[in-house]
Design a protein around this ligand. Structure first.
Ligand SMILES: [Mg+2]
Length: 324
């Protein structure tokens, strides 16, 4: 996994410097002064990074809406409403849309109306039958993501299994430092008071095995009602900011949903509407395709060239000092 802000590279370079110091005898003071100057210069570069974290929605953001996954998902939801909840067929399409608009996801709306069903069963039915084979590996996006120096997180309303399948199909499973998904925001851990404990709820893709959380326990302890926490609720975004320990002013939030972008802006995030050429309320930038990210937001890579030049120059200069 690439380092976040260059600090590991600075550390190893300094460690190498210190090992060299033992070989230099009487020239310690000159080299120490030289090192201190370099450290100050490097810290000024790494600390000056404009953005520390990039928060990505996944569906219709990391791959285009035109893929057809969205349509297939909606069909599966409507089938579930008919077949498992026995909702009158003629009511389903309208109800599906209205609940999505009102509650963030149709699933959250169904729960709020009092329909009782198992979360995992719903996700298995709705996502488990998607035609994932239409998603293809995206090496261009993979290279872009890996070249970004910031911490990168997925922030989605979908369940963990769906996230794994999509990222694997796109070839992006190694590109993110963690995932905030349905299970993250709807597990007992989110009711803990301290962020340290909630931090454990963030699924780590580094470990290749996402954390298992109990998604059945979604009863809000303060109200006693079943409630699903999801975008675009401000509470969902603020909870994410808290448990991921991110500074919203130094975080960019990418999402294809205008209402999610508006809520993200309300929470203090920098925002990018993806899949649109027109700004929406609360959006700082537009991105027709995630592939255009370098042209639209070059500031993400700000300071990277300077850091590389500094490290290269320092390594060469050190070698000169040591050999002198
Ligand atoms: Mg989306």
């Amino acid at each position: 996994m690439p380092c976040i802000n260059g600090t590991p590279r600075v550390f190893f370079l300094l460690k190498a410097f210190h090992e060299q110091l033992f070989l230099l005898g009487g020239s310690h003071s000159i080299v120490i002064t030289y090192l201190e100057t370099k450290v100050v210069l490097m810290e000024s570069i790494t600390n000056g990074t404009k953005y520390e974290c990039l928060l990505f929605d996944m569906d219709d953001t990391l791959y285009p809406l035109s893929s057809g996954i969205n349509l297939a998902c909606r069909k599966n939801i409507q089938d579930y409403m008919r077949e498992h909840l026995n909702i009158e067929e003629s009511l389903v399409p309208r109800m599906c849309l209205d609940l999505y608009k009102e509650y963030g996801t149709t699933m959250a709306g169904l729960k709020a109306l009092g329909y009782n069903f198992d979360d995992d069963e719903f996700h298995d039915y709705v996502h488990g039958r998607l035609p994932y084979e239409i998603l293809k590996p995206d090496p261009v996006l993979k290279n872009l993501l890996l070249s970004m120096p910031q911490r990168k997180l997925i922030f989605t309303n979908a369940d963990k299994a769906h996230v794994e399948r999509v990222l694997n199909r796109l070839g992006l499973e190694d590109c993110f430092h963690g995932v905030i998904c349905f299970e993250t925001l709807n597990s007992p851990a989110r009711f803990n008071d301290e962020g340290d404990e909630n931090q454990a709820a963030i699924s780590s893709l580094d470990q290749k095995e996402l954390e298992v959380v109990d998604s059945n326990l979604t009863v809000n302890k303060t109200t006693g009602f079943s409630k699903i926490l999801c975008k675009p609720a401000l509470e969902a975004i603020e909870t994410t900011i808290r448990i991921a320990k991110i500074n919203p002013q130094k975080t960019i939030f990418f999402d294809d949903s205008a209402r999610n972008i508006a809520a993200g802006k309300e929470a203090g995030l920098n925002t990018v509407i993806v899949g649109s050429s027109e700004l929406v309320p609360g959006a700082d930038h537009t991105l027709e395709s995630i592939h255009n990210i370098k042209e639209a937001l070059p500031e993400i890579w700000e300071g990277e060239e300077e850091k590389d030049l500094m490290l290269t120059a320092t390594a060469v200069e050190l070698e000169t000092v040591v050999q002198a």
